[in-house]
Design a protein around this ligand. Structure first.
Ligand code: NAP
Length: 315
């Protein structure tokens, strides 16, 4: 008999049906239901669910739920919600395709800054013909905050493209061709030599508001900043101050405190800000479904739950 496997997401999510179909296609031995379609008589049977920003109230209705498999890499909201659901294990998406997509975005937007594209775009609007001096990537230092699945892959991509690359993480690391830092002193040392700083940190109680005034003013003057992880990691007023005081050259922001970004937000019209609508690394439905399927299959066979996030660390 087929096992019942709920896919829990916001009921209004336009991609819900496509996800359900992709998961069903790759797991024919499971019966996948969107939560709204799941008959309450099956609630007791569900030990595992696949989730994408689930309503915590839906999770609460499954009394025997042991673990959830997220189809996203960032799970801070799920961690917050699961505080009421103490024994629940959260497995996040780790997918080499996602790391590739993020590395591509990191390289694309690093090159955008490196080749002065914001400057030339502005000059064109003013009909100004003015070449700026070229500095090779070997003379530029790009620093990744966070050397996890995504940060490390992105760092290596940048090294392969000729940049000097540094990385900072909570625990110390040795990664060939990267200069790795840790701790407060390490961060300071790294920032003072950084031309482009890129956030790849997860949002946790430690990283919330962590990129603050002190951070921006420790960076090399005229450095640029890219945020591809989570908006709430940045103190927005400090960011604006650093941009307005000509301390920071440019900011590329893919993530914000509130998404979608409100029409009244200052970011839209700031000449030193590039706004992106959270597109740096979308989950690939095909590869993610295959990873989820493999993990669910192992669990059904021998009860193995993949490594889950550390609820104390928050990632
Ligand atoms: P990960 O594998 O968990 O790596 C997190 C990294 O951050 C690790 O190197 C960790 O250090 C470091 N870190 C965590 N807390 C820290 C702290 N307090 N101080 C210093 N370093 C700290 O995460 P990931 O898979 O690379 O993903 C990173 C984030 O990207 C996700 O959490 C998500 O928010 C974001 N994301 C964004 C998009 C998008 O489209 N914009 C897409 C996917 C993911 P250790 O190595 O020492 O543990």
């Amino acid at each position: 008999m087929k096992k019942v496997l709920p896919f829990i997401c916001a009921s209004s999510w336009p991609l819900a049906e496509k996800w359900k179909q992709a998961l069903q296609d790759i797991m024919p031995e499971e019966q996948i239901f969107l939560f709204d379609e799941l008959d309450p008589k099956y609630y007791d049977n569900c030990e595992v669910a696949i989730v994408a920003n689930p309503d915590p109230q839906d999770l609460k209705k499954l009394p025997n739920l042991k673990w959830v498999h997220s189809v996203w890499a960032g799970v801070e909201r799920l961690i917050e919600d699961s505080k009421k659901h103490k024994s629940l294990q959260i497995v996040r998406l780790v997918d080499s395709q996602l790391s590739k997509t993020m590395s591509e975005a990191v390289l694309a937007w690093t090159l955008y800054l490196h080749r002065d594209m914001p400057k030339y775009a502005k000059q064109q609007t003013q009909e100004i013909w003015l070449p700026h001096e070229y500095t090779p990537p070997e003379e530029k230092t790009v620093s990744l905050l966070g050397l996890g699945e995504l940060g490390t892959a992105a760092a290596i991509k940048l090294v392969d493209n000729g940049f000097n690359v540094c990385g900072w993480s909570r625990t110390s690391k040795k990664i060939p061709r990267l200069e790795c830092y840790t701790g407060e002193d390490g961060l300071k040392e790294m920032l003072t030599r950084t031309d482009i700083a890129i956030s790849m940190l997860p949002l946790t109680h430690e990283t919330k508001g962590f990129i603050d005034k002190n951070f921006f003013f420790t960076l090399k003057k005229n450095a640029s900043f890219i945020n591809f992880s989570r908006g709430a990691i940045v103190d927005d007023s400090a960011l604006r101050e650093a941009l307005d005081n000509d301390y920071l050259n440019h900011a590329i922001l893919d993530v914000f405190h509130e998404e979608p970004l409100s029409a009244s937000s200052w970011h839209w019209h700031h000449e030193k800000v590039t706004v992106l609508p959270h597109i740096s690394a979308p989950t690939n439905r095909k590869t993610a479904s295959a990873i989820v399927a493999e993990n669910i299959e192992k669990y059904r066979k021998n009860g193995t739950i993949p490594q889950s996030v550390d609820l104390i660390k928050g990632y």
